[in-house]
Design a binder for this molecule. Structure first.
Ligand code: ADP
Length: 278
């Protein structure tokens, strides 16, 4: 009887614990929903006036301005753009943190995507005195794969922007290191730089939210420490892997690998090569 009583007591304890857990789970869920809602509203509220500032600065830049004024207007536009990028990154992270990574499969022309992505950062690379290169495997044709072009571009742009940011007067290379479309196919993309590099002790933390190698980095280079976390979440949503090899003072190679399938010919025709070349 005594044993039965202690089993019953343990059962009651467990039940109380389950109720408590359930309540705190529900409270956390409600909190998360409130947080997402807050982030979405805040994003909208901040972006609207910011877009007005950016639009006005762009219009002003087209006018003939008094001496010294153009530089000021350009600073407004550059700072506004930096702020917009920051807000977009924080909002993206807030969405992704809840496991909401939308991946939309479409035919993607790998070469065209790589070429157009590299063009998007060319100006920034030369501002930092960097040579920007695209390296493709030998005999690389124009394979069209089934993947998410927006997400692929987002990851690649993030890695390229970091490589450019942390490299001065060096070389930044975007390499399609591997592209196999038969069997369990694989796309491996590498972004190498000859920049400041990262010491071994910091490498493990890089893909965690808000991590920067040290606080002087954020003061000197800006950024949120969210870019790589976002990349990792997206790559994992695509069933892939992401990593880095780096030597302090020499440079880094960030890479990601995702499983890929070739796009069926009819599909690329249906959507038109226009899509595939996006
Ligand atoms: P952010 O660039 O906004 O700080 P990331 O998550 O993209 O955030 O990067 C996190 C940190 O990883 C950076 O602050 C920097 O310390 C380090 N890092 C990322 N890419 C490089 C690179 N190519 N070379 C050196 N350090 C890098």
């Amino acid at each position: 009887r005594r044993q039965l009583r202690s089993v019953r007591r343990a059962g009651l304890d467990l039940e109380a614990m389950a109720t408590e857990l359930n309540e705190s789970y529900l409270a956390a869920e409600a909190g998360n929903r409130a947080k997402s809602q807050f982030m979405a509203t805040m994003g909208h509220e901040v972006r609207t006036p910011l877009n007005a500032i950016l639009g006005t600065a762009e219009l002003l830049e087209l006018q003939t301005l008094p001496q010294g004024m153009l530089a000021g207007v350009q600073t407004i536009r550059r700072s506004g753009n930096a702020l917009l990028e920051l807000i977009n990154e924080i909002l993206d992270y807030a969405k992704i943190e809840h496991g909401n990574v939308d991946v939309e499969m479409r035919p993607v022309g790998v070469r065209a995507l790589a070429e157009s992505t590299i063009e998007m950062v060319r100006d920034r690379a030369s501002e930092n005195g960097n040579l920007l290169e695209l390296a493709l495997p030998d005999n690389f044709t124009m394979p069209v794969i089934l993947s998410d072009p927006t997400r692929l571009r987002q990851i690649t742009l993030n890695l390229l922007s970091n490589a450019i940011k942390f490299t001065k007067d060096g070389v930044v290379t975007l390499r399609i290191a591997e592209l196999v479309t038969s069997g369990p196919g694989c796309l491996r993309v590498e972004v190498s730089d000859t920049g400041i590099g990262i010491d071994n002790a910091s490498i493990d933390k890089l893909f965690q939210p808000f991590s920067q190698v040290d606080s002087s980095i954020s003061r000197k280079y800006g950024g949120t420490g969210l870019g790589l976390t976002i990349c990792k979440q997206i790559v994992e949503a695509m069933d892939g892997r992401i990593g880095v090899e780096s030597v302090r003072g020499k440079g880094s190679t960030f890479w990601f690998e995702i499983p890929v399938k070739p796009a069926r010919i009819e599909e690329s025709e249906d959507h038109g090569m226009h899509d595939a070349q996006a």
